[in-house]
Design a protein. Structure first.
Length: 283
């Protein structure tokens, strides 16, 4: 299955049309009733799409559902929440970027839970499914969006972002360390822990790409401290958009908007790329 995904990635990068068909169930020799996958994070693993009805969580399909099917996990539990920051993941009082508002109105893949995602995940690991085989974590983009919003009213927003970025990344590193520490210590969890890095929405934009790269460096550093794997979504999108001057929107990796341009979230083709990046680091 991974070889097929790599072939598809190569074709996409060469300009071929990537499949946008809905996910279909696949059989895998390694499938067993005990293999479980817990996906955590923000709107990207949630599979957010601004063009579909949010009242039915099944309308949202992210890379975790694809990884779960292609890698033979019998149960995939996706607790991701659109707008989740690393702070709001841990604390009900920390600033978020819309997660609380979304889950108060619409169901997530894991229902309409009122606790933090952190509490939900630890409860899942400790009490419900202690033999989880894989956990993926994708957080940090909304930390950057909060920084962007805070600097929007400044005379020089770019200088503001540049000056405040180190403190934002430092706090993010502390939050991600706390999350990984708790997952590592979860009762009887001995599976794989994978940190998923972000893509740039346009690699020709030096500010956006530079900030995302800095965030990804923090993700890699924290992951290394816990001997966790890193799924390189940054390089995967860069390579897959090579035939389109490294513009993920032009390459069809982002959701195309009826008004023109693209949303920041992955299209089915972009989901394929992220799924491959995760699958490539699994043992």
């Amino acid at each position: 299955m991974r070889n097929f995904r790599l072939i598809l990635l190569t074709l996409c990068a060469a300009g071929w049309a990537c499949s946008t068909e809905p996910l279909q169930s696949v059989s895998a020799a390694e499938d067993s009733p005990t293999r479980r996958y817990l996906a955590t994070g923000d709107s990207v693993p949630f599979g957010f799409n601004p063009l579909v009805d949010p009242r039915d969580a099944r309308n949202f399909v992210g890379y975790p559902e694809q990884v779960g099917l292609e890698e033979g996990f019998r149960v995939t539990t996706n607790t991701a929440c659109p707008g989740e920051t690393s702070g709001s993941f841990l604390s009900a009082t920390a600033p978020d970027n819309g997660c609380r508002g979304f889950k108060s109105r619409f169901p997530l893949h894991d229902g309409m839970y009122t606790t933090t995602q952190f509490e939900r995940d630890l409860g899942y690991l400790a009490a419900t499914h202690p033999k989880t085989d894989l956990i993926t974590v994708m957080l940090g983009a909304n930390d950057l969006f909060l920084l962007q919003a805070a600097c929007a009213g400044e005379p020089d927003p770019i200088a503001c972002i540049t000056n405040r970025l180190p403190a934002t990344l430092s706090q993010f590193a502390a939050n991600l360390t706390a999350i990984f520490t708790a997952f590592e210590r979860a009762p009887r969890f001995e599976g794989e822990l994978v940190a998923v890095q972000y893509y740039s929405t346009n690699y020709n934009d030096p500010l956006t790409t530079g900030v995302v790269h800095a965030l990804n460096q923090v993700i890699a550093g924290v992951a290394a401290a816990f001997h966790a794997q890193v799924a390189d979504g940054f390089s995967a999108f860069f390579q897959a958009s090579a035939a389109f001057q490294h513009d993920p929107c032009a390459a069809g990796l982002l959701i195309a908007l009826p008004s023109g341009g693209c949303d920041i979230h992955p299209s089915p083709a972009g989901r394929n790329v992220l799924a491959t990046a995760v699958e490539s680091v699994l043992n």
